[in-house]
Ligand binder design. Structure first.
Ligand code: BGP
Length: 469
């Protein structure tokens, strides 16, 4: 069986991780420009000043994507290139850069799939409280409207936010992302609420413009499974799904927050300050979402946390989803299991976990259209006789595409797959060592690009529409 004719094969990236040119052509400073330079925050102090210099090499990069047969390219816009202070004047050079990217994609028939927010926030807004301040939400809506008006004639696929749980969780609970705050649950939930509110308003604005494209949100999908049949562990897994998944999709798709979490937040004093107007905005726009994006890398295996919970030990390593730490509320703990397979960075490889998770989403949210907006293997790729022989990546993607095919057959409404990532790029906390791309970037040799084995493999998959998978 081939993949359906309207299923899209793509690959993804994000502005901060590829562009570089951090202070060129009027771009404003972002939270990440500052945070990544604080000693100890990133792997070997890596930052996005140059990244892989996509800002200057985008033509070559998109040409390589085209040659691979890529049908769609998911990339993000840097808010601060377009609005250097977040909600002030527009920087025409910023618009020009993204017009160039979009036009270059269209030249080859590559469908641009645009993420508005992939974590790089104009510093002005961060310094004014970032996502805990409603100003940021209002500013986002203004920024989104400018993007719809500037690019919407050619861009018909929009993602508002990438992985709210990550930038809010790592930003306000673990301190591993900007603004680097630890253990502030109140701020964490407040920030998530303003993100959902900003999303709902942006969706409303988009629909009012009648551009006849589609819009949705992307979350990291971490379906939780109990390590065994013990009731307390089963309950712990349910708790994890409520907090890690339903909190993120319910306000988007149902327009209300999950009661289970809401009740507990009340008891703990963590309820966001929300107004009727904000809650109505969520409700009013829930049905206007065209799709949800899922970034799937791994499930989480969960058991009840029975050790006494004090304050958490945070490190850069434990902030990157390696199993073995308690949840922020101390209720459960993620576990590394003997009988599972893990990547070099400790992430479980489980296509089956994805399939089961997709059915869980369908049971809760019905037939909403879904895209896999990220999936891939972070690895240190072997180089043999000058060739990048990334066989484990091929295997990883192959296994996941197989379950996606199965999911479609089982009635899951999945319409596209975006591998993370199109090209090797800067990992937020893991530098350039953790590679994901189909295209290799040589940091020893002038950032030269080279096709990996997976590049040729994916090209063949796209060409044959995955018939042999
Ligand atoms: C996702 C992010 C991506 C990317 C990916 C891999 O959460 O949306 O931007 O970074 O994870 O993460 P890492 O680089 O930490 O392996």
């Amino acid at each position: 069986m081939k993949f359906p004719h309207d299923f899209i094969f793509g690959a993804a990236s994000a502005s901060y991780q590829i562009e570089g040119a951090w202070n060129e052509d009027g771009k404003g400073i972002t939270n990440w420009d500052v945070f990544s330079k604080i000693p100890g925050k990133t792997y070997e102090g890596t930052n996005g000043e140059v990244a892989i210099d996509h800002y200057h090499r985008y033509k070559e990069d998109i040409q390589l994507m085209a040659e691979m047969g890529l049908e769609s390219y998911r990339f993000s816009l840097s808010w601060a290139r377009i609005l250097p202070t977040g909600d002030g004047e527009v920087n025409e050079k910023g618009l020009e850069f993204y017009n160039n990217i979009i036009n270059e994609c269209l030249k080859y028939g590559i469908v641009p799939f645009v993420t508005l927010y992939h974590w790089d926030l104009p510093l002005t807004l961060e310094e004014d409280g970032g996502w805990t301040n409603k100003r940021t939400a209002e500013a986002f809506v203004k920024y989104a409207a400018i993007c719809f008006q500037s690019f919407g004639d050619r861009v018909k696929h929009w993602i508002t936010f990438n992985e709210t749980v990550m930038f809010c969780g790592l930003g306000y609970l673990k301190g591993a992302h900007p603004p680097g705050i630890q253990n502030d649950e109140k701020k964490y939930f407040q920030a998530t609420h303003y993100v959902f509110y900003a999303h709902a308003k942006a969706v409303e604005v988009y629909k009012e413009l009648r551009q006849y494209g589609e819009i949705g949100i992307t979350h990291v999908f971490l379906p939780a499974y109990s390590v065994d049949d013990k009731q307390e562990n089963v309950i712990a897994a349910r708790h994890a799904n409520e907090y890690e998944t339903f909190w993120y999709y319910d306000p988007i798709l149902k327009g209300t927050y999950p009661t289970y979490v809401v009740e507990q937040l009340k008891e703990k004093g963590w309820t966001p300050d929300w107004t009727e107007e904000e809650l109505n905005t969520l409700q009013r726009n829930a049905e206007k979402n065209d799709f949800i994006g899922l970034n799937y890398y791994q499930p989480i295996r969960v058991e009840k946390n029975n050790t006494v919970f004090s304050s958490m030990e945070h490190s850069r390593e434990t902030s990157t989803l390696v199993p073995g730490s308690p949840s922020f509320d101390g209720y459960y703990r993620t576990v590394k299991m003997e009988n599972k397979t893990y990547t070099k960075w400790g992430w479980e490889i489980s296509p089956q976990g994805f399939l089961d998770g997709l059915h869980m989403l369908k049971a809760r949210y019905g037939d909403i259209k879904m895209y896999v907006t990220e999936n891939g293997l972070g690895d240190e790729d072997p180089i043999i006789d000058g060739e990048i022989v990334d066989v484990p990546r091929i295997k990883y993607i192959e296994q996941h595409l197989k379950v996606i095919k199965r999911a479609i057959n089982e009635g899951i409404h999945l319409k596209g797959y975006y591998a993370w990532s199109a090209i090797d790029l800067l990992s937020w906390l893991n530098g350039y060592k953790k590679q994901y791309g189909f295209i290799y970037v040589d940091h020893q040799d002038n950032l030269n690009r080279k096709k990996k084995l997976s590049y040729h493999w994916y090209k063949a998959i796209i060409k044959t529409r995955g018939e042999k998978l």
